[in-house]
Design a protein around this ligand. Sequence first.
Ligand SMILES: *Cc1c(COP(=O)(O)O)cnc(C)c1O
Length: 424
Amino acid sequence: MGNSLAISGGPRLIDREWPRWPQPGDRALKSLEDVLTSGRWTISCAYQGRQSYERQFAEAFAEYCNSPLCVPVATGTAALAIALEACGVGASDEVVVPGLSWVASSSAVLGINAVPVLVDVDPVTYCLDPAAVEAAITDRTRAISVVHAYSAVADLDALLDIAQRYGLPLIEDCAHAHGARYNNWPVGAFGTAGAFSMQGSKLLTCGEGGAVITDDPEIASRAEHLRADGRVLRRDAVDVGEMELMETGRLMGSNACLSEFHAAVLLDQLDLLDQQNSRRGRSAERLSARLAELGLTPQGTSAGTTERAYYRYAVRLPDEVLAIAPADRIARALGAELGFPVMRTHQPLNDNPLNRPSTRRRFAIDREYMARVDPARFDLPVARRIHDSVVSFGHEVLLAPLDAIDDIAEAFAKVLSHVEELAG
Ligand SMILES: *Cc1c(COP(=O)(O)O)cnc(C)c1O
């Protein structure tokens, strides 16, 4: 018998153009030209007589998140680090982070000289497991950083309850979840602070960017100082040619300002987000119904979720199939049939080549600290199992027409019925 799967030389099942990401909106070119000629390319240059794009975006995004305050920053990693530090976390403090996440969950904590404590995730939502969080809390714990992962919203009721009982700030990492809702309220606005990434792959993007949202004016003020070298934007009238940033000396910072170009692009993209999210949601629901019929288990979400945002579509393969071929080979076979990349989840952070503090001199403070930040000391069996059994692909695919979504289900059916070709 010859080979049927595209990856082993057979015919490719689907031949179509898939949507690409990012997708610029209509206003971006005009806004970018406006920034170019405005004489002010960032808020750390002199005021030119009109509101900065940075301020416009901060107001628009705060409103979008039903949150009173937003501090735009240069990256999502900076947003996380600044949110943690603004909440009072610092040297040697322990921060609970999910063991299944992008490396930024760990690097942002290390970046403020704190200690990431890798905690296992829930097998259904792939987000922090509240019971595991509670078990990991020690007298050195100073914060919990939760990720709403891939397309789920974490169990915020349980996590907020733990945070409250132990008096810990909860930071919501919403890098995957722009526009997701829990109990009909936007994510990011439940925790002490919400951190967003607007890096090029995210649902709301300007290439590189981020934001912190909070309802606490003191935290917002500290975040402003931290991202603009100890300066905050003046709220009173400013003359043309004067600095809008005021030097207070109250809290030393460094530079993580969002440029005017980035803010202009974000304002344009924000207009498109809800419509794109609902298209992605419709596609995902249809695909999940088809894949469930094939015996697969789409990623679940917490009971309180009222609106999902799909950053990556993730689905668990049946055990019978995994007994024949490993998930990474199945992912590559799916990609070969479909013509877009299908991958596994992030690699668990206790065994991830990108999460190696020992490669950096700056963490060699002393032996004890080096031992505390060694990721290998954590055990993450659920994260490991998810990584070994789940395949995923990017959200742009879900912007394809619904007949293309049916093609994806066909490709899964084909690969599963020929999985023996992937054995060995
Ligand atoms: C992308 C991402 C970040 C960091 O964002 P950057 O803008 O790339 O610094 C943080 N957390 C998670 C879960 C992410 O996926």
